[in-house]
Structures are given as C-alpha cells and as structure tokens.
Design a protein around this ligand. Structure first.
Ligand code: NAP
Length: 347
C-alpha cells in the first residue's frame, strides 16, 4: 500500500519526490498545482510496491546494466564452451582460440573462432581467459603472443587449482597486464541448469590503479554475480588448501565409484542417488583435469594419504569385529577359552 502523508513542510522539492522522473513533465504539472500545494505539500514517506522511480529499483537497474566486454577465451574445450554460452547470453562478445579447430561449435554459440593465436590477439579483447587444461597452461602461455594485445589487457584463468596459474601469470606476464584469478566451483554438469548460489572464488592478484581497469574487473565479476554465483574473495593459496580436502576428495571418491560402474537399482535409497549424482558430476570430467588437481595442488597428496588411512581404518574396524566373531564361534568367549582343552584350540 502506498502511504502518503500530508505535511506542512515547505522544503520538499520535485526532485526529492520523483528522483529522475522526467523533470519537464513534472514541472508542467506542478506549476498548475502550485497554488494549492503551497498550502499543503505532499511528501512520499513509504512505498511498499516497487515504483519505477524509487531508488531501490533504480539501483537494481543500474547494477543490471553492465559494460559489454570483448572476452577472449583461450582453450575452447568443455569448460571454455560452457562459459562462452553464458557470456554471449549476457550480451558479451566472445572470441576464441584453441589447439583444436572448434570453429563450427563457436559459430553455433555465436562466438568468433581464430585458429591462429596472433589473429586472436590482434582482435584486442578486453579480457583474456585461459580455459585450457591445467597440464597445458604453461606451454600454452609460453607460446602466446602477448605483444599483439592491448597493453592493459586483463588476464584471467579458470583453473581448478589457483597457486599454479597465479605464479605463472606473475612470472610470464609483463607488469602492464592486469591479473584476476578465478575458479567457478562448478562445471557443465553441476552448473547445467542454474548457477544460483554456486561459489565463484576470485583473487584480484594485480589490477592497475586506473578507474577503467578497476571497472573492467568489476564488470567481469558482476557477470558471475548476476548469474547468481556466491562470490568468494580468497587468496589462491587459501583456495588450494581448502580445495584439496573438498574438491580433490570429491573427485577422487566420484572417480572410484565411477570405476566401480555402479548401476541404478529398483530399491535405490536417497543416499545412493546422491552417490550416483556425485559420479555424474565428476566422472565425465577429463582425466587431465583430475590429474591436474593432484599434481598442481601441493596439498593434494597429503589429502589422498588421509583418505587412504581413513579407508584402512574403516576396513580394519569391519574385519576386526568379524575376526572377533569368528574367534568366539570357534573358541567360545575369552572366559571359557582359559578352560578350553588343547584339542579345541587346534581349529
Ligand atoms: P580439460 O581437459 O581440463 O581442458 C580441456 C582444454 O584444454 C581444451 O580447451 C583443450 O584444447 C585444452 N588442451 C588440452 N591439452 C592441451 C595441449 N596439450 N595444448 C593446448 N591445449 C590443450 O577440460 P575442461 O573441463 O574443459 O577444463 C578446462 C579448464 O577449466 C581446466 O583448467 C579446469 O581445471 C577448469 N575448470 C573445469 C571445470 C569443470 O567442471 N570441467 C570447472 C571449473 C574449472 P582443445 O579443445 O583445443 O583440444
């Protein structure tokens, strides 16, 4: 309900009442009413229903309006294509390059594909996002013709490990390039329908002080925010610590279950359904990706060892009790064992 309260105040102005609403139109109307308003002026004190001129909806609208970026995707595989679809849907322009010729699928998605990395760079994208496999990043970067880009291009990556690309960027990229490390903690399977509440980890490793550079970085982050992602600013080092005990373990268990080739049953429990969806979300990822999580996260091998120890502990708990049961069946309980005859002991 719109509540209007009549006030005697003489300080209320049309701007206060209507914000950016067409001022000329308002002035014409207000002139006609001025004489009566001089006596009793109106002030809007509360608005429950969203109005086109209220500050909340104006702010929301301005957040929605984003700068369309020209985004260069390097590595147009599974994940590069997955990101591209959303970028294009959100009004950004995407150009792509990759080891393999993906020009057909790029055309279908509405992106331009460049087989040649020089041609790609000469298109001068605002942002270059590396979506290559973890294992091939270093070689791809070594061969990448940076000198053909604009001098303040923003470099990003989406690798599932973070310290490694950060260190590589800092080592290989000249100071005039900006660096933003990203990790969307979801993929083509887990983020197929919606990105709502899915975590996007980011670390602004190096962003130049000019306003335009800060704004470009903000625009890219806003893209993920508007898709519904839960934005998590975190150092690359902390990401790798946390990801080893969560993401790497998830992938390991998913792979083990996938390797077992478990099948749906007619009496599947909800727990089993969750396991099957874990397999779905991890087993289709390339082995390169999984291997990269292991090799390029210094914390992964310790977590794998912990998993192994935990598995052995659970197993020895099971077999420990089983052995006790068998012993009891064979030899009776420990109190009667002391009075057992030498004969009964021999089996
Ligand atoms: P991937 O197997 O990790 O990477 C495939 C991409 O790497 C393709 O674009 C492929 O190029 C390129 N590539 C592989 N070997 C190469 C080589 N020797 N030289 C040059 N390029 C090479 O699978 P992905 O799922 O697409 O992942 C891409 C990146 O996204 C990875 O860094 C991954 O960690 C990250 N990521 C993935 C997910 C996910 O759920 N899949 C989620 C978050 C982040 P071609 O296609 O041209 O052969």
């Amino acid at each position: 309900m719109t509540a209007l309260r009549l006030l005697d105040s003489t300080k209320v102005t049309s701007r206060r009442l209507f914000g950016s609403f067409n001022a000329d139109c308002f002035n014409a109307n207000s002139l006609m009413r001025r004489s009566s308003w001089n006596r009793r002026r109106l002030r809007v004190c509360a608005i429950d229903a969203a109005q086109p001129f209220d500050s909340e909806s104006r702010e929301k609208e301005s957040r929605r309006k984003h700068v369309a970026l020209k985004i260069g995707v390097v590595g147009f595989g599974n994940f590069g294509q997955f990101l591209t679809k959303r970028f294009i849907k959100d009004g950004h322009e995407v150009i792509a390059t990759s080891r393999t010729d993906h020009s057909g699928i790029a055309r279908e998605l509405g992106a331009s594909f460049f087989r040649d990395a020089d041609d790609f760079c000469e298109e001068h994208p605002d942002v270059v996002i590396f979506c290559t496999s973890i294992l091939s990043l270093e070689a791809t970067m070594q061969a990448f013709p940076y000198q053909r880009l604009k001098r303040n291009t923003l470099f990003c990556d989406v690798l599932s490990v973070k310290q490694f690309p950060k260190q590589l960027f800092l080592k290989l990229l000249p100071d005039h390039f900006d660096i933003l490390c990203l990790h969307p903690m979801f993929g083509p399977d887990s983020g197929k329908e919606s990105w709502q509440d899915l975590p996007l980890v980011y670390d602004k490793v190096r962003i130049g002080s000019e306003i335009s550079r800060a704004e470009r970085c903000a625009s890219l982050l806003r893209f993920f925010e508007l898709q519904g992602c839960r934005m998590v600013e975190m150092s690359c080092e902390e990401h790798d610590r946390q990801a080893a005990s969560s993401q790497f373990i998830t992938h390991t268990v998913g792979r083990m279950l996938g390797t077992m080739e478990l099948a749906e049953t007619t009496i599947s429990t909800k727990g089993f359904d969750s396991l099957m969806s874990l397999v779905d979300n991890t087993y289709h990822d390339s082995f390169d990706l999984y291997y990269g999580l292991f090799v390029y996260n210094e914390n992964a091998s310790a977590e794998l060892a912990r998993l192994e120890i935990a598995f052995d502990q659970v197993k020895s708990q099971l077999f420990g009790r089983l052995h006790e049961l068998i012993r009891t069946q064979h030899f009776g309980d420990s109190s009667s064992a002391t009075s057992a005859t030498p004969d009964s002991d021999s089996h």
